[in-house]
Design a protein around this ligand. Structure first.
Ligand SMILES: [Zn+2]
Ligand SMILES: [Zn+2]
Length: 134
């Protein structure tokens, strides 16, 4: 059994070809793809995969914490297979999203000023090293 089937089983989700394909794609593409990116990459391989299927599956995978949804891109949600809290850098030029390895003292708080924290997302915006070099 692949690690993806294992993950789905642990999350109590039925194993579907589409779900496994999406998880596989996400593990191989760490560019934080959008639903459209995932759909364009996979729909040729899977005739029955519609945009709606991709959106619905992403929703399910996010609620089961197998994927993380990040809102750094104002135009569309982007997805990440790393579900542990980490920060992101968004390139305003090429729209690529990079993981930022940064120790942050605020990451491990469960509450702050009496508020219960459910997620932490740190965003940085600018021009990435590839665009700066070009
Ligand atoms: Zn860039
Ligand atoms: Zn990330």
């Amino acid at each position: 059994m692949s690690q993806f089937c294992e993950q789905l089983k642990t999350a109590g989700l039925p194993l579907t070809t589409h779900r496994i394909a999406i998880l596989e794609f996400m593990a191989d593409n760490h560019s934080h793809p959008s639903a459209e990116d995932i759909y364009s990459a996979l729909h040729q391989k899977f005739d029955s995969m519609s945009k709606m299927t991709v959106y619905n599956n992403l929703q399910t995978l996010v609620s089961s914490k197998l994927l993380q949804e990040i809102d750094i891109d104002k135009e569309k949600a982007r997805y990440d297979c790393i579900t542990a809290t980490h920060h992101h850098f968004y390139c305003n030029v090429c729209k690529k999203i990079y993981d930022v390895a940064l120790e942050c003292p605020n990451l491990n708080h469960e509450t702050m000023d009496g508020h219960a924290i459910e997620s932490v997302q740190g965003y940085f915006f600018g021009t990435c090293r590839e665009c700066r070099a070009g």
